[in-house]
Design a protein around this ligand. Structure first.
Ligand code: CP
Ligand code: NVA
Length: 308
């Protein structure tokens, strides 16, 4: 039996907390420069159909620091679904490597990989979701606030893959989640319904950003045009104008809120420099925590799959 991490809901609430604690433990070990090498003699295949900085660097560095070897397979190496079928490549990689990390366009390809691979798979982003990012984000919020009680988060921008993973987390951990997006850019309706039906968190959609941020502990944003949508960037810049995270929007929270962004940021577009570089901005803590959280996720999957 092997376990994958393709969605946050692949883990139970207990497993999410267990993984948060494990990430903190691994982070502490790294800080103390203590040896922890559970992946000695193991290898990770990293498949990238889209560009990346954080995901590639954090997975490759993290797997190496846990004693293993990670190999990078870029868009021109495999040609997934073009040169070879997703199913065949999943079977082939499973014969060489102990784990797969994949960043793909279609979420259905990620599910197909999970179905055919006999080794654990970690989702490093699809058009639909980005579970490792939001796991790292919740760890970062936990570290900064010391608790996840009474947490209110406003996401400002496009109802995209990042939002879908926040909605998935809302099915496992209770918080108030407000999505401030222009009309026509709401997240997937079935994800919103599922998150509401789970009955744990409060989910609101608000098309007025100034109003939506009031009282929130965290203001979170992402690019207005995701990878694969860059040809819509100009049109979106017009339509999202009222959703820029700037000093006025941060002041409208009425409290000392934290600012988060999964990065890469288009500074001056969805967020101003003044917010990105403010004392309340925790964007680089977030980026660092990608590595610690992913390490914890990989250790858990490898253990649960009997690979370490
Ligand atoms: N946040 C994130 O996944 O960054 P990259 O696209 O650079 O990997
Ligand atoms: N929504 C962005 C996230 C990048 C990490 C994208 O998909 O391009």
């Amino acid at each position: 039996m092997k376990r994958d991490f393709l969605h946050i809901t692949d883990f139970t609430t207990e497993e999410i907390w267990e993984t948060i604690e494990l990430a903190k433990w691994i982070k502490d070990k790294f800080r103390r420069r203590e040896d922890y090498r559970p992946f000695a003699g193991r290898s990770l295949a990293m498949i990238f159909a889209k560009p990346s900085a954080r995901t590639r660097i954090s997975f490759e560095t993290g797997f190496f620091r846990l004693g293993g070897h990670a190999l990078f397979l870029g868009p021109n190496d495999i040609g997934i679904g073009k040169r070879e079928s997703t199913a065949d490549i999943a079977c082939v990689i499973s014969r060489y490597n102990d784990m797969i990390m994949a960043r793909l366009f279609d979420h259905s390809d990620m599910l197909e990989m999970g179905k055919y691979a006999t080794v654990p798979i970690v989702n490093g982003l699809t058009d639909f979701n980005h579970p490792c990012q939001i796991m790292a984000d919740i760890l970062t919020i936990y570290e900064h606030r010391g608790t996840l009680e009474d947490l209110q988060i406003t996401y400002v921008g496009d109802g995209n893959n990042i939002v879908h993973s926040w909605l998935a987390l809302a099915m496992r951990i209770p918080f108030k989640f407000i999505i401030a997006c222009p009309e026509g850019y709401d997240p997937d309706q079935s994800m919103v319904t599922d998150a509401r039906d789970a009955g744990l968190s409060t989910i609101e959609i608000n098309h007025d950003a100034m109003n939506a941020v009031k009282g929130s502990d965290v203001i979170y944003t992402d690019v207005w045009a995701s990878m694969g949508q860059k040809d819509e960037a100009d049109k979106r810049r017009q339509e999202f104008k009222a959703f820029q995270v700037n000093d006025a929007l941060m002041a409208a929270t009425g409290k000392e809120s934290l600012f988060m962004h999964c990065l890469p940021a288009e500074r001056g577009v969805e967020v101003t420099d003044s917010v990105c570089d403010a004392h309340y901005s925790i964007i680089f803590d977030e980026a660092e925590n990608r590595m610690h959280m992913q390490n914890a996720i990989m250790v858990k999957l490898m253990k649960d799959s009997g690979k370490i």
